[in-house]
Design a protein around this ligand. Sequence first.
Ligand code: MRU
Length: 369
Amino acid sequence: MLIEGRQYRSIWYEAENDQVCFIDQTRLPHEFETRRLRTLADACEAIGTMRVRGAPLIGVTAAFGVYLSLREDPNSLETAIRQLRDTRPTAVNLRWALDRAVRELPAHSPVGVPSEKALKFALGLAEEDAACCEAIGRHGGKILHRLWQERCGQDRPLQVLTHCNAGALATVDWGTALSGIYKAAAAGVPLHVWVDETRPRNQGGALTCWELRQAGIDHSLIVDGAAGHVMARGLVDICITGSDRVSASGDVCNKIGTYQVALAARDNNLPFYAALPVSTIDFDWPSATEPIPIEEREAEEVSMVGGIEKSGGEVRIRQYPEETVVRNYAFDVTPARLVSGIITEQGMFKANRDSLAALARTKFSPSDP
Ligand code: MRU
């Protein structure tokens, strides 16, 4: 992603000083700050406090966490996997990345796992994620291009609504839902993006708006409750979000509030797509009727608000009394029947069991058109 004229990834490795660096997303949009991960504990803290967030990025950060742990102690693979696995429960990419680490790193060697192997693994995963997300963008961009030609002609921009942040910040690069938007914009499709604020952590207002501004894409921030309103007024052509876990039947778990977006889209005859790498599909989760772990975060994310004063100083303000009982569900599940399609690096698939089973049998090559 291009930030102030310089190419960045959300996480990267600096070989010259053996450092893992990342963009601290808790500082955005007010401050662009990069930090270092030095230890396994740093990686766990960065994921748990959401300095890094977004399903694909969590998985890649965990892989770097394994490297940092093995760099200190070549016999720490099991401990590292256990600690990283517990950082966030819903995004399946974390489990996927750690399961792959267990498969690909020789855990039972008496001298432990050489950290170079773990580094190679993490770097490979990061490259793979960037390539997958770019391919998701190619497929998503084509869908947007076609829709613009069909619905808008040359007369007006395509109106896209998105929820949370499924952009480059949520992945190593490009993003998932926003990747298609970047590709369509680059192909000359005029766009306007409605960005849901995404309470309580405001990933839409803080991160998606920041990304779209960096990319020069026209957008407006709306409160979550306004999504149905702009759809009903004919101001939206398509809704696209990312996902943290998709069931084998096409149900889409994503940031809290996504289900309501999909319901409003259906009521207004608008397509609702989820864009995600195949690593987000949990083939062990048969369907929405089976429960998955839905993260519940601390009450203060809802009852307190943070920001900066006019003078630039940081403030945190209590909105609701401590006695108010808060349930801070971080994710919800949109049933497959409300999902128009699943956009992956392999192309667009229907949100049903047969279609996703066919997807599971195909192999990704980054050069696929
Ligand atoms: O709690 P977050 O910010 O990690 O949640 C992120 C989302 O819900 C994203 O939409 C999802 O991870 C897809 S990211 C490409």
